[in-house]
Ligand binder design. Structure first.
Ligand SMILES: N[C@@H](CCC(=O)N[C@@H](CS)C(=O)NCC(=O)O)C(=O)O
Length: 118
């Protein structure tokens, strides 16, 4: 099962930065520049969010907390918990942390609707 997740995540990530553990996932526009998805490759809920991102054709900065201790600490100190998935939302400098995968997917649907409107 672990291998499946590793392959699945490995298949979609691009512009991978092995030093920082920071990379972009999926394929698309700049409408998600204010978003960062904290995730772990072994987390089923994260897979659900990533699948939604693919369906919605959204590109989002991803931070793998399993591989990147700095990212895990950012999540813990910023959001208050190290649970993943967590979507960090920067609304003109006001930072919020969304922890529930269902909430994240709902939020991303709204982002996609705006992005692909008209
Ligand atoms: N209700 C959450 C569940 C998330 C969850 O259970 N995440 C696990 C990984 S699959 C986790 O981060 N566990 C470690 C922790 O809670 O600190 C959601 O749907 O997003």
């Amino acid at each position: 099962m672990k291998l499946f997740f590793e392959r699945w995540f490995g298949g979609i990530k691009s512009e991978n930065d092995h030093q920082s553990g920071e990379h972009r996932v999926n394929h698309a526009p700049a409408v998600t520049e204010h978003l960062t998805l904290y995730y772990s490759p072994s987390c089923f809920y994260c897979v659900r969010v990533q699948r939604a991102m693919e369906r919605l054709r959204l590109t989002i900065n991803g931070r793998d907390i399993q591989r990147d201790e700095g990212a895990r600490m950012q999540l813990l100190t910023g959001g208050g918990r190290s649970t993943v998935p967590c979507l960090r939302i920067d609304s003109n400098g006001v930072i919020s942390w969304m922890y529930e995968s269902a909430d994240i997917i709902r939020y991303l649907k709204g982002v996609a609707e705006l992005a692909y409107a008209d």
